[in-house]
Design a protein. Structure first.
Length: 117
């Protein structure tokens, strides 16, 4: 079993930065992904990080502003969000993919990010 614990959300003004963290306990995983869901909208992909290679992928809406990385603490990942915009307001979720089949097996509880204009 895998448990994901997220932290780092909050209320900031447009242009500010936030860093979210996600710590996974339990078995190792292949990829960590970040997603978000704004009120009244479907959940959308933000970015992902392949743990063994460091390969990252980002959605066009965050590319150049958000960066995913891994920390020194085992199985902890970060989502660094810079130049935040009001449209980035959402609940952010981390998730992990255990095997190489591209499906996310475990999800965090989500953390709220609110960006005021």
């Amino acid at each position: 079993q895998v448990q994901l614990v997220e932290s780092g959300g909050g209320l900031v003004q447009a242009g500010a930065s936030l860093r979210l963290s996600c710590t996974s306990s339990g078995r190792n995983f292949y990829r960590m992904g970040w997603f978000r869901q704004a009120p009244g909208k479907e959940r959308e992909f933000v970015g992902s990080f392949i743990w063994s290679t460091g390969y990252t992928a980002y959605s066009d809406s965050v590319k150049g502003r958000f960066t995913i990385s891994r920390g020194n603490v085992k199985n902890t990942g970060f989502l660094q969000m810079n130049s935040l915009k009001p449209e980035d307001t959402a609940v952010y979720y981390c998730a992990v993919q255990i095997g190489t089949i591209e499906t996310y097996d475990y999800w965090g509880q989500g953390t709220q990010v609110t960006v005021s204009s």
